[in-house]
Structure formats: C-alpha cells, structure tokens
Design a protein around this ligand. Sequence first.
Ligand code: ATP
Length: 321
Amino acid sequence: DRPIDRDQRAGLKAIRDFLRIRNCYDVLPLSFRLIELDVGLTVKESLNILVQCGIVSAPLWDSSTSTYAGLLTVNDYLNVVRYYNLHADKLKDVDKLLLSDLKDVEKVLDVKPPETVSASPEAILYDALRQQLVSRARRIPLVSYDSDTQRTMVTSVITQYRILKFIAMNVKETEVLRKPLAMIKLGTYGNIVRCTMDTTVLDVVDEMVLKNISSVPVVTTEGILLNVFEAVDVIGILKTGDYGNLTWTVGKVLSARSPNHPGIYCCSLEDGLDTIFETIKRSRVHRLMIVDDNNYLKGILSLSDILHYLLVEGQEETNPT
Ligand code: ATP
C-alpha cells in the first residue's frame, strides 16, 4: 500500500478533473506545423527530413489510398539497424529501402508492429490518455474523419511531454504534490539497463528494442552516472548513411553530439512531483535520472511513469469498479 496524504490526493484529483474537461485539441498550441511523410520516400530521405526539421517522429501518409499510414518513430530506425546487423548481405540495398518496406522489416525481425492507438482531436483528454496507457504507445496521433471527402486526416501528434507541460502550465495544484519519489515509489529502481562508454551502439540498440525502452544511462564501473544514450542518438548516426558507424562506442557517439544538445535531467529520491513539474515547465525533459548526492545512479523516472501515476495512482480506493 502506497501512502498518499491528503495533499497528494487533492493534487491528483485536480489534475484528473482538469483532464476530464479538456479535449486533445486543447493541448495543441495556437499555431503549429505538421510534417507528414509519404510512405514512398526512402528511409534515407526520411532521415534527412527529420534531421533538417529537427523532429524525431512523423505521421506517414499513403498517397495511393490517401490515408494515414501510421506513425514513423525512432523505433522504426532501431529495427532497420537490427535488420542490417542480422542481414549484412543486404546492406548494399539500404539506400533503396522505402518507408513502406518497414512493415517487412518488422516481420523479418518478428517484432510487434508499432502501437496504432489514435484519438479524435475532440476526444476527452483523460480518455485518450487512459487508452494510451493501456497500449504503451508514447505518442497519440490526432486523427479526424472528414465526412465530405470520407477520408481520415491527421491534425497533429501529441507527445507525453506536451501533455505533462500542459498540466504543468494549467494546474496550479501540481504544487501540492510534495511527497518524495522514494515515498510514492515512483520510477524504476531494479534491473536498470545501463551501459558504459565502451559499449557499442549495436549492443545498446539491441537492449533498447528487447526491453522496449528509449534510453540507457551511461555509467562508470562504480555506477556513477556520466550521461544517457538515447534512441534518438541513432538518428544522428544513421543520417551519415554509413552503417559501419554502428560499431562505434557509446563514448564516441556522445562526443559527436551537437554542441546544442540540451544534456540530461536528474533528480533525487527526495524530490517530489512539484519540483519535477517545475522542471517540465521550464525545459523539454525526456526523462529524469534519479541520482544520490554522489551522482550514483539510483533509478529512472520516465514520462510514462509520471503519466501513469497521475492517472492511475490511488484510483482503486477512491473509485472502486
Ligand atoms: P519515452 O522516454 O520515449 O517518453 P517512456 O516514457 O515510456 O518513453 P521508456 O524509457 O520507454 O520511457 O520507459 C519505459 C519504462 O521502463 C518506464 O517504467 C521506465 O522507468 C523504465 N525504464 C526506462 N529506461 C530504463 C532502463 N534503462 N532500464 C530499466 N528500466 C527503464
């Protein structure tokens, strides 16, 4: 039984009440752009576009049927990496690989096809998030149906960060979520997948796909946190077009990161969600590394961990079904 005091309960209730009176559309800024990629593009072209636009995911469009064809994410590129690692003989064809071929890559690798959860822009935010939690999808494409043309259309894609930032900006009761992480047992503490500066990219990619995680902390042999290798780092490696670079070590990849890389975010076991929401308000956080005073890695707090807690914690008691 996790202790939740009255403040914590009130904070969670305020957030849930807020999410119940907002729809997905409300999360979007007044003005935004949407980059959709045609499935007829090559994987190589898609990488260039993502890098040029500074994005890491995009909805796919099938122009032969004029329909939305799923979400392209960094996971697709991880699959491509694994595919060519297993079938090096086919590497010469890598430049010809089309986005529409990614389904075949999944089949060969025997991985689950990506989660296809989507929501209508008018859907109640709370409902859309609950649906997302069940599916483990990390982004929700907002897909609407145009009755005039009888076609589906993607309005935008909402990320976990955008939702948390929306909460941080609009629900002042996030301030009362003061219970320390250690007390509410939020985050992952056991069996953390880690690597060292000498681990190869290929090994880290395998771990990420196998464990379905999007980052691996880089630690010293003593367990001191040095950095975090992210799935999106793979995009930077692949855009060079040289798949040989995948034998690079993590250390080499990290030192080749752009000087504009925002770095990593850490917190301690004594921090509460109140301070974490402050961080989310100020910066584009992808996840937080939980460290002690000596920078020893204790755990990982992912955005999905936070969202899960906000939506589900204590529900069984307050809302028996
Ligand atoms: P994203 O980071 O893309 O928003 P996410 O929030 O689902 O996705 P993941 O990194 O995929 O985060 O984490 C999924 C679950 O696995 C979370 O419960 C998280 O605490 C845990 N986790 C994340 N990274 C690791 C790791 N390196 N080792 C062990 N568990 C991890």
